[in-house]
Design a protein around this ligand. Sequence first.
Ligand code: FAD
Length: 333
Amino acid sequence: MAGMLILIPVEADGALSKASSELAAAAPSFDPEATFGLFGQGAAQAAKALPKSAKRVLVVDGEAWAHGAACNDAKACEALIRAAGADLVLAPQHSRTARCLPLAAVRLGGRIDTRVAGVVQEDGLKIRRWYYRQRMQATLSRAERPWILLLETGALSGQSETGYDGPTEAVAAEASSRTRAIGTEPAVAGEQTIKPDADLLFVAGAGWTKKQSDGSTHVPEAEDLIRGFLRATGASLGSSKSLVDQKGEGAVISFLSHMNQVGQTGSSPRHPKGLATCCHGEEPHVVGWRFINERRAVNLDPNCGWAHGKADVLYVADAFAVLRKLNEILGAR
Ligand SMILES: Cc1cc2nc3c(=O)[nH]c(=O)nc-3n(C[C@H](O)[C@H](O)[C@H](O)COP(=O)(O)OP(=O)(O)OC[C@H]3O[C@@H](n4cnc5c(N)ncnc54)[C@H](O)[C@@H]3O)c2cc1C
């Protein structure tokens, strides 16, 4: 085997996800001869979103690949990797690739590494991965082939013009899953609040549930304000630990779960901007902001943690008043 395959799942709407588009655009800078492989319903059509300069595009297309059944996806990926004769496979870190590519790696006798933060040519091909909750980064290589890498966003840099208008080669794959998708249901209280592709991370802290200047709590209003802001902006919702820990304690923000927690014992999401509200900005929370480029916070306390060099801008203000006004402005648009 020789050569590189860029393996990309097609979304339910026939488009490529932001992470997939980023990988496709960066791939020619890394290897101009790379083959592209698309799988999913509408894959042949989705090839138009690939770089204009793509040399070869393979597709597994059809209804059987519309819903991301892992065993069907694994068959599609295996067939694409074999057809491309690839010994290096780059795919975006994505719920579908994370489920199906380990299966394909085993069947091909190869190896897979997930959550790859960087790929470098340093005395041979090497990858960078974070360990110990992103405190240590290791550089490593493997001898086994094919080597399949699931890349985090930003792992490859480079841009290329999209609009591929060349031919696509259909690759045959067997769809063996007996599972039929009959619909989708959001996992979190009626609304999907975690959006890794969003431009903005909105963090809610425990202050939203605390007694305010009138001596009362205003949790239902807090819920309405936060929900209105999320709907108007498409922001992803993060939370402090103190807020999600209140889940079993009565008056809480109903659409939050531990999945939303950002920080040392939570997640470290990647978004260009972040806005923290009613959150103190203590180190165990802010450590989860390491991949947020521009940070702003709204807090009544001018001496809160964000004021100590952790935010670019701190608005010393009542977050209820700020969100009421912001929602009014966004609603008027
Ligand atoms: C081992 C360990 C691991 C931890 N891991 C995490 C983690 O992963 N993630 C995490 O978040 N925490 C974590 N913590 C907890 C962390 O130390 C803090 O206790 C927590 O982040 C505090 O949450 P908070 O800022 O929402 O609440 P609080 O500290 O109660 O702060 C509430 C803030 O709201 C402000 N406020 C109140 N009303 C308003 C208003 N109307 N307008 C504006 N501001 C207002 C107040 O001024 C206050 O600053 C960890 C702690 C430990 C010991």
